[in-house]
Design a binder for this molecule. Structure first.
Ligand SMILES: Cc1cc2nc3c(=O)[nH]c(=O)nc-3n(C[C@H](O)[C@H](O)[C@H](O)COP(=O)(O)O)c2cc1C
Length: 176
């Protein structure tokens, strides 16, 4: 099986990381994988903000997410103590930004798998990032002007492993 197919088949969400940081080279490969993703009309509008796991903005976001959902403190945070989280933002006025960001996120996740690293695509902070502090977070996360959060990806070395999910081609595929 090709390395790409192996990465696709082996990738699963990682919800537990060691505290070991990624090397600069690993981080660069992951960022490059995101930027190499196709975008509608080759607009290349997706912006990546790199946030280290100990940045206080993540704890603030965790608290706002939990408050918005009426949750008490959870036994884990939204990025499962990953050493780095990438926030993908997109041009709010561009029709395809959400899809482009999703494709970039999966490119990053597959590249992580290819490097033997874990990844978790994160949507659960969306309400907090679109709530009353939307502008504050856009500034704090240094989104370009007119950009908004699309998706985040936590990355690091796996402290836990999970089997890839099952799926049903019978249910999800139709041949005409
Ligand atoms: C758009 C999107 C948002 C997601 N948001 C979260 C999230 O906020 N927290 C989380 O733990 N997993 C999140 N996931 C991961 C999914 O739960 C996971 O992909 C799914 O359960 C299948 O498991 P697998 O990734 O191990 O194959 C998200 C995945 C996608 C594609």
């Amino acid at each position: 099986m090709s390395e790409v197919l192996q990465a696709i088949a082996k990738r699963s969400s990682t919800r537990g990381y060691t505290q070991e940081k990624l090397t600069k080279e690993e981080l660069n490969i992951l960022i490059q994988a995101g930027l190499q993703a196709p975008t509608a009309a080759n607009r290349q509008e997706i912006h990546i903000t790199v946030v280290e796991g100990d940045n206080p903005i993540l704890a603030e976001l965790e608290a706002d997410k939990n408050q918005g959902r009426g949750l008490a403190d959870l036994p884990h945070n939204f990025y499962y103590e990953a050493p780095v989280v990438l926030f993908l933002s997109g041009d709010a006025s561009f029709y395809w930004s959400k899809l482009d960001a999703g494709i970039a996120a999966e490119n990053i996740a597959l590249a992580a798998e290819g490097l033997g690293l874990g990844s978790l695509i994160i949507g659960c902070v969306k309400d907090a990032l679109y709530g009353e502090k939307k502008d504050y977070y856009a500034k704090a996360l240094k989104f370009p002007e007119g950009y908004e959060y699309e998706i985040a990806v936590a990355l690091g070395r796996k402290a836990v492993t999970k089997e890839p999910h099952d799926y049903s081609a019978e249910k999800n595929v139709t041949y005409l």
